[in-house]
Write a protein that binds this ligand. Sequence first.
Ligand SMILES: Cc1cc2nc3c(=O)[nH]c(=O)nc-3n(C[C@H](O)[C@H](O)[C@H](O)COP(=O)(O)OP(=O)(O)OC[C@H]3O[C@@H](n4cnc5c(N)ncnc54)[C@H](O)[C@@H]3O)c2cc1C
Length: 387
Amino acid sequence: MGMRIGIVGGGPAGAYAAWQAAEQGHDVTFFDHRAPWEKPCGGGITVKAQDEFPWIGEIESQSRAVTEFRFRSPTDLEVEFGCPRPTLIFARAEFDEAVRSRARAAGAKQLGLKVQSVERGRGGWLVDAQGERFEVDFLVGADGAVSKVRETVAPEFPAFVNSIAAGFFIPARLDTVETKFFSDARGYLWFFPRPDHLSVGLCLWGGEAGGSAGRETRQRLLDLLATYYPNLDPGLGKGYGAFIPTIMNPACWRVPRGGGDWALVGDAGGFVDAITGEGIFYALRSARAWSRALAAGRPEAYDRQWRAEFGDELAKASALVHRFYHPRFIERVIGFGSKSQSVRRLLSDLVMGTQPYVTLRRRLQREIVRGAARRMTRFLGPAAAIR
Ligand SMILES: Cc1cc2nc3c(=O)[nH]c(=O)nc-3n(C[C@H](O)[C@H](O)[C@H](O)COP(=O)(O)OP(=O)(O)OC[C@H]3O[C@@H](n4cnc5c(N)ncnc54)[C@H](O)[C@@H]3O)c2cc1C
């Protein structure tokens, strides 16, 4: 038997980490008091995620496959475009359970307990969960955006702002993903069609946690729905509020996400694309980076591993997010997109996740007509890579 590994959280990050570590023969326990549950989330899985994790194809039939997108600018210019391959939109209860069932099949033990505290013990970690105590050699924090484990293992983690999202799951049908941007706030309103309902949400980047921000976001969402989609009745659906870790402070990327006997994966490590809010892909990728370091017998190398695999791309997203959500930039991109096929192709690649941010500027300069490219790249000036 290998190490005793305790994983706090059974979302995509924790469950995937549990699956991979159990396959390597370790003695894995993962804790999640809520699972199975419908985590507040759009549930969109990009093409790049499907390509990196081919097993997602095995559960594709549980999703809604969508190829048509409509973006609406702050002044209500519109661009519609199709993608050659679909984004898969899942109910999170089903997606996460698919990962957890693979973890259990590989031999990981799932416990429906809430972890109340973790502390260092003699040669390992003590995990306290609802009156029970567990001793493990290695601790993985996969407990989401408001991570308790992170507070213990990485107290020096600089403050970062969780974006605030409010949403509804509404019984309604739509065939297009719709997105609306604003002039007075960074973020967007989204409509994601799922197999038997619609996931509607508003995420505002960098809102203040707690206080009135959640209520204000929800009210703004209700006002937007009344203005743009008066036929949708949010009263028929189930509402939620949630956080997305949105790292805009570059110092956050320098902080280690792992050490000799601990690791942070998924939202707990802040692994979310600061521009789009895509986090499922990075939850899986960070868990896989950790499991690769583990397989090499050097779990302490995880911090180098994730940086090498996707650190630059996430840091680039953080560096660009203010410019991306500049209302004039969005207005221009959507305005040009309504006239230019090459801009629509670029939007489609961004949505599919097949256009990295690190080469975006070069592509704009290469492919998009010169005047338009200049007016867009002005907003995307060089941003420091952070390692
Ligand atoms: C409104 C919204 C929309 C989003 N839309 C998308 C999208 O369309 N596509 C996309 O890719 N990403 C999206 N995201 C981001 C995505 O939801 C997250 O990045 C992703 O869920 C991260 O996975 P995770 O496993 O790290 O964390 P989570 O999915 O949050 O899982 C953490 C788990 O830990 C458990 N947990 C927490 N504390 C404890 C404890 N003390 N003890 C035991 N268990 C605990 C929780 O119950 C939970 O199941 C969205 C996020 C939000 C909020």
